[in-house]
Design a protein around this ligand. Structure first.
Ligand code: UD1
Ligand code: UDP
Length: 368
């Protein structure tokens, strides 16, 4: 570690920046505090709209970030480059015992690079996931982050096995379980008790499709985007589509029509999202997190992608993968998923809801 002076109480510098990272950080921040660790939270500013960022801090009781890098949007290089420069300065000043990063976004990669250049150990939550598709920026980010990490927390044993295959030492891998499962368990009751989202949007409990679309390979390909919109518009069920700002922008730029039958709404908060996931008849998504959350809620899912990081859900019959190359193939997958009986078993693929405590415990034991 470069720099001078004594380090204070063991502390963790946590870097977040995109919507799913706020949700993942919520249970982990609580667990770090319970383990007696000082957490300094840094927000990269990758997501910045109130509906994509501030709302989650308020709603989920996440501590206010001590530092905000304010990087905003841009190309991958612009965004990651701005973060790297700002993080180098910050990590030198903070001198944390660990830098903690989540998932596979540009924020994750920038944190892993900046810390490892400075000799600060990196802990990666959601390590070992692979889609096998190197055209996805997320796949590049994941692999590079895993290589740069000293401690790798995996959501399941398949991801741990993947890391071993790639030559990561066994001692660096902790099968913690999935922090998104922790979050879903932690906030389920509150969501049921407080969310008014069904009433607000007049959605029939058990009788609508919840859809989310934001992945670059879908939004940035006008043919795919149009196929998804058309399929949803002709599914024969009410569709609620909380729309990611990227998708809003790409629909406008490409002039893609959104069928009038779709109920397009602003991105919702996490508690409303949990309620929607539970009340939906079916989820249609290209989100990594939403595929799993549909499963946690016991709702079947159709994933409009060519591959998934969560193949166990496809194998168990809870998720169907459909490459979104034509409206017809998506419509057929939706019809099939809506009419099929739910699979009988729902194995605990993602731990017991204690991943955050396991992560905090492992970090606390390594803050020498
Ligand atoms: C990023 C992640 C993706 C993750 C997703 C979660 C990368 C490479 N991608 O994708 O893995 O699944 O976050 O949601 O890191 N925008 C706004 N307001 C915001 C944020 C974004 O208007 O608060 C718009 C901007 O036009 C921006 C675009 O959305 O250019 C894309 O945002 P960006 O953060 O670059 O990528 P995401 O698509 O959100
Ligand atoms: N989410 C939310 N409101 C929305 C859409 C998604 O709270 O309008 C939550 C969702 O429940 C999950 C996370 O955001 O916890 C997933 O984020 P996203 O789909 O943006 O990213 P990904 O998981 O694909 O990286």
């Amino acid at each position: 570690m470069q720099g001078r002076g004594k380090r204070l109480t063991p502390h963790i510098l946590t870097l977040v920046g995109a919507r799913p990272q706020f949700i993942k950080a919520a249970p982990v921040s609580r667990a770090l505090a319970a383990a007696g660790l000082r957490e300094v939270l840094v927000h990269s500013g990758q997501h910045y709209d109130a509906a994509m960022s501030a709302r989650f801090f308020e709603e989920l009781g996440i501590p206010d970030p001590a530092h905000h890098l304010g990087v905003g949007s841009g190309t991958h290089a612009e965004q990651t480059g701005r973060m790297l420069v700002a993080l180098e300065r910050l990590i030198r000043a903070e001198r944390p015992h660990w830098l903690l990063v989540y998932g596979d976004t540009n924020t994750t990669l920038a944190g892993a690079l900046a810390a490892s250049y400075l000799g600060v150990r990196v802990a990666h939550v959601e390590a070992g996931l692979r889609s096998g598709n190197m055209r996805m920026p997320e796949e590049i980010n994941r692999i590079a982050t895993d290589r740069a990490s000293t401690l790798l927390f995996t959501p399941n044993s398949t991801a741990a096995e993947q890391l071993r295959k790639e030559g990561i030492e066994d001692g660096a891998i902790v099968v913690s379980g999935d922090v998104m499962f922790d979050a879903a368990v932690m906030f389920a009751h509150q969501a049921r008790a407080t969310s008014k989202v069904l009433h607000q949007h007049r959605l029939p409990d058990g009788g609508f499709i919840l859809a989310t679309v934001h992945r670059a390979e879908n939004t940035d390909d006008p043919m795919r985007l149009a196929a998804i919109m058309q399929a949803l518009g002709t599914s024969g069920m009410p569709v609620c589509l909380p729309m990611h700002p990227r998708t809003v922008r790409r629909l406008q730029e490409s002039g893609t029509a959104v069928p009038a039958s779709l109920q397009v709404i602003e991105p919702v908060g996490y508690l409303d999202m949990l309620r929607l996931l539970e009340a939906a008849r079916l989820v249609v998504t290209d989100s990594g997190g939403v595929q799993k959350e549909a499963y946690f809620a016991g709702t079947p899912c159709v994933t409009v992608r060519t591959e998934t990081e969560w193949p166990e859900l496809v194998a168990a019959g809870w998720n169907r993968l459909v490459p979104p190359t034509s409206a017809q193939s998506i419509r057929e997958a939706i019809a099939e998923a809506a009419s099929a009986p739910k699979p009988e078993s729902a194995p605990r693929f993602y731990g017991t809801g204690e991943a955050s405590a396991i992560i905090a415990g492992a970090l606390a034991a390594r803050c020498e």
